[in-house]
Design a protein around this ligand. Structure first.
Ligand code: NAD
Length: 499
């Protein structure tokens, strides 16, 4: 891992302009934004923001790439080759990506190396595998006016896909959108998060090096309310693949509804982690701690509601508190750091307000709750006990390292509490009873349920939620379906067999 000073020098090698149809161009940009290091609170770089001109250009080049360009004529095996080449290029420079991800977001160095980058590379390779397997079906149909018919379906690229990503894991979540869309033959316009745009800009230079034809992929850095809004609202965009907050997801859905354009919305969560009395409590405590404290709790699937069987409550909570106190909060570039800083001052304020609300509502703060350093957007790993599911800290997504511990008596109570939420993204179950695990997995309302391990990631598994957690699925075959339109072709045959 690079030292902090070397990492900061790396930033100067990253392009800081919109990338449109194979060109880096800020000549029409009228706005810029600063990228701030969450640890030092210093400016890392300044990026030219894309405005209406760039959005128009990127969308129209994407359309031309599909209709008249080389990209539209690149078949599945050609797309697979390009995606595999891109995966190799990312792998060769994964240290740079991981370093920039730590610097930009404040996450400890081991996380991008163990999770974000391997998952990114795997997603590109996995979808390269689908690119030449996007098949239709042959469907037997009735004769038409006495003549035989031949019917089949084909899956065609949905068209121009706008991918809008959040700051918590922009490289990996970007790959989850870009890889299936390119595999399906769509052209992609990426709007990375203004708080953490660096790896998306680096990615654009590798897309170019991989040999993707101009217009297949563009990147438009900029603020959400300006660039994001212009892109989501653009009539030339056929599909919006969005990950972010429910509030912004709603705006995106309204913009898309104007043209009945397709969306995939991956929004927030308030996911339960249920610890049954028959769980291995040591293992469960370690797993639950990862579930709420990984990536500073800035994870859509964070297991922020920790439901514990009353008969093991004290034993479990003691173990979980020990895990929380073992976490070393600090500079991601310092040896031994296991939790970094929150993304920005606004997020620190928001998390601090929720911690105050927890105490005000009568929950018992059992560890953390403070700022370990006066500089940087750090907050301690925090746990509240004696939480009632109606309290603010059990209802609202905090998006920080704050766990709310709730006790339950019967299995049915655990399921009822788990499902009593506006969100339905993920759930984790800790039990040694295999049958119980599968029965409860069916009863919990969530897009993904993990048993005895927190949210194992794999691009083969569909990902998404319902209720305020969003709609649609990314990854797996669902990722291809989400980026294709199914067309039906029926031929009325004039041929009649010789008498
Ligand atoms: P956000 O909604 O503020 O921003 C997400 C993206 O949308 C950013 O790129 C932003 O610039 C853009 N944006 C903002 N306003 C826009 C507008 N009016 N039109 C179009 N785009 C706009 O979310 P965030 O703060 O970056 O991320 C945190 C949220 O994302 C949390 O709620 C979290 O749960 C959610 N999230 C969900 C998943 C998932 O897979 N379900 C994954 C990660 C994060």
């Amino acid at each position: 891992m690079l030292a902090r000073t070397e990492a900061e020098q790396l930033v100067s090698t990253v392009p800081t302009e919109p990338y449109i149809a194979g060109r880096w161009d800020s000549s029409h940009s009228v706005d810029t934004f600063d990228v701030i290091d969450p640890v030092t609170e210093r400016r890392l770089t300044t990026v030219a923001a894309a405005g209406a001109h760039e959005v128009d250009e990127a969308v129209s080049h994407a359309r031309s790439a599909l209709d008249e360009g080389v990209w539209g004529r690149t078949d599945g095996s050609g797309r697979a080759r390009l995606l595999n080449h891109l995966a190799d290029l990312i792998e060769a420079r994964s240290e740079e990506f991981a370093t920039l991800e730590s610097l930009d977001i404040g996450k400890p160095g081991f996380e991008p190396r163990a999770i974000d980058l391997p998952q990114t590379i795997q997603a590109f390779r996995y979808f390269a595998g689908w690119a030449d397997k996007v098949e239709g079906r042959s469907i037997p149909t009735s004769p038409y006016m006495g003549r035989p018919t031949h019917s089949y379906t084909v899956r065609e690229p949905v068209g121009v896909v706008a991918a809008i990503t959040p700051w918590n894991s922009p490289t990996m979540i970007g790959a989850w959108k870009i890889a299936p869309a390119l595999a399906a033959g769509c052209a992609v316009v990426l709007k990375p998060p203004e708080d953490a745009p660096l790896t998306s800009l680096l990615l654009a230079s590798l897309v170019e090096e991989a040999g993707f034809p101009a217009g297949a992929f563009s990147v438009l850095p900029g603020r959400g309310a300006v660039t994001g809004h212009l892109l989501a609202d653009h009539p030339g965009v056929d599909k919006i693949s969005f990950t972010g907050s429910p509030e912004t997801g709603y705006k995106v859905a309204v913009a898309a509804a104007k043209g009945f354009r397709r969306t995939t919305l991956e929004l927030g969560g308030k996911s339960p982690q249920i610890v049954f009395e028959d769980a291995d409590l040591d293992e469960a405590a370690r797993g639950v701690a990862v579930g709420i404290f990984a990536n500073q709790g800035e994870v859509c699937a964070a297991g922020s509601r920790i439901l514990v069987a009353r008969s093991v409550y004290d034993e479990f909570v003691e173990r979980l508190v020990a895990c929380a106190r073992d976490i070393k909060v600090g500079d991601p570039f310092d040896e031994g750091t296991t939790m970094g800083a929150l993304i920005n001052a606004r997020q620190l304020e928001r998390v601090s307000e929720y911690i105050t609300a927890g105490t005000d509502d009568g929950a018992r703060l059992i560890t953390g709750g403070g700022r370990p350093y006066s500089k940087g957007f750090f907050v301690e790993p925090t746990l509240f006990a004696e939480v009632d599911n109606s309290m603010t800290i059990a209802r609202r997504e905090i998006f920080g390292p704050v766990g709310a511990i709730i006790s339950f008596d019967a299995e049915s109570d655990a399921v009822a509490i788990a499902n009593d939420s506006e969100y339905a993204l993920a759930a984790t179950l800790w039990t040694s009873d295999v049958s119980r695990a599968h029965v409860v997995a069916r009863r919990v309302r969530a897009g993904a349920v993990a048993i005895n391990g927190w949210a194992p990631l794999d691009p083969r598994l569909p990902w998404g939620g319902s209720k305020l957690s969003g709609q649609g699925r990314e990854l797996g075959w669902a990722g291809i379906e989400a980026n294709t339109e199914e067309k039906t072709v029926t031929a009325v045959l004039s041929y009649s067999p010789a008498k």
